[in-house]
Design a protein around this ligand. Structure first.
Ligand code: T4K
Length: 374
């Protein structure tokens, strides 16, 4: 029996894909702002919001483009979360900026505005917050801190495709929001990414960044790289735009099964979504004591959940000499307890029931064992 993985790529209809590839063959325009690229960029702006939307070839380059386009002081400090994927902090470091970490909110696991305030110095130029698992950050609190201290505010929205907060699309917050359209994401172009900008000047610089700084055959404006999405990737994106909402609906049904069964244990915490926001259904993170045993019990049943985000970024070899994870107790707790359960349409409702029962059983075993030890 093949394993049940934490996520499964959403693939477009293969006949539609073949037809789209035939069209690309006929045109022989494979990349560099071709027609599929232009249409996808236009349509994603409608889904994600913001004043301008720019496609990139992956989420990490998108994040680097967002930060780079804000012209932050070289070597300045960017305050971010230790509870995230490697790309968030690495994007800062690769640009010659310095990541500084602040703790997260204990419930939603996103960067805490109050914690950010503690780390602001004259060298701080930007806040980079992550809508982790698609839970929207405290956008009001973070904007207040950014405005009061004259800091740029960027969101890593890799998990937040389609999230709406207070009736506003996720790309409408902060100066910029960067997305990942990687194969593991709800909406995918296989590899891909994008940035929503709410100001025009940085958007223009990000377009330059994407194409070697080239504005025309006679004019290179700045240092840039190759961040362009190919026509084949954009085609997958266009076709996936017709499919992701059905995938979201199926994930919501799986989530209901998980919640109904996991509610039988006080020890398992299911995702709590803020009432004023919609979910991106990117991940289904639970928090459990004895997470390693629960993960092992699932593995024994061929269910490969994932411990996103363990280890914390502050425990990576490249950052730990400068930071102490114990300074971020809420992140340490989340990093030790969070487990993302399989959440995609390849999980049947029966699978979801079985997975939830394994979690409950294994948590109860741990709790019985520890009460015997007492
Ligand atoms: N910011 C944040 C907050 C992010 O989470 C990410 C990426 C980024 C920025 C950067 O965006 P990108 O530059 O990647 O566009 C995966 C993804 O590779 C990564 O995109 C994602 N976050 C991260 C959370 O997850 P891994 O190391 O966990 O991937 P891997 O290969 O172990 O796959 C995860 C699961 O998906 C496995 O169970 C296998 C399954 N899978 C994977 C692939 C690639 C498939 O079934 N099919 C596939 O094609 O990083």
């Amino acid at each position: 029996m093949s394993p049940i993985l934490v996520t499964r790529p959403l693939l477009p209809d293969v006949d539609a894909l073949c037809q789209g590839i035939r069209d690309i063959y006929d045109r022989r325009i494979l990349t560099n702002n071709g027609p599929n690229h232009q249409e996808l960029e236009r349509r994603l702006k409608g889904v994600l919001g913001g004043r301008e939307f720019i496609l990139f070839n992956n989420g990490t380059i998108a994040l680097m483009a967002a930060l780079s386009a804000l012209s932050l002081e070289p070597g300045s400090e960017v305050i971010t979360t230790p509870f995230t994927f490697a790309a968030t902090a690495h994007a800062i470091t690769l640009l010659g900026l310095k990541p500084v970490f602040a703790d997260i909110d204990p419930t939603y696991m996103t960067l805490s505005p109050e914690a950010v305030e503690k780390y602001i110095t004259p060298r701080t130029s930007c806040i980079l917050a992550v809508h982790v698992y698609g839970y929207p950050c405290d956008t009001t609190g973070l904007q207040r801190v950014a405005t009061a201290n004259n800091l740029a505010l960027v969101y890593d929205a890799a998990h937040a495709f389609g999230t709406v907060v207070d009736g506003r699309h996720i790309g409408e917050f902060g100066d910029a929001s960067a997305y990942s359209f990687h194969a593991t994401k709800l909406f995918s172009t296989v590899e891909g990414g994008g940035v929503s900008f709410n100001r025009s000047d940085p958007a223009m610089r990000a377009r330059d960044y994407r194409n070697f700084g080239i504005r025309s055959e006679d004019h290179v404006a700045s240092v840039g790289l190759n961040g362009k999405m190919s026509e084949l990737h954009a085609l997958v994106g266009l076709l996936s735009l017709d499919a992701y909402q059905e995938e979201m609906a199926q994930r919501a049904r799986i989530g209901e099964v998980y919640r109904a069964i996991l509610a039988n244990s006080d020890l398992v915490k299911c995702p709590i979504f803020p009432e004023h926001a919609t979910s991106s259904h990117q991940y289904f993170p639970i928090r459990v004591p004895g997470r390693e045993s629960v993960d092992a019990a699932l593995k024994a049943q061929n269910v490969l959940a994932r411990r996103y985000f363990h280890p914390l970024v502050t425990d990576y070899d490249c950052y730990r000499q400068d930071f102490q994870s114990s300074d971020y107790p809420n992140a340490v707790a989340a990093g030790a307890e969070a487990l993302c359960l399989p959440y995609h349409s390849g999980v049947t409702l029966d699978d979801a029931e079985r997975i939830a029962r394994v979690v409950i059983e294994s948590v109860e075993n741990i709790s019985n064992l520890s009460s015997k030890e007492l």
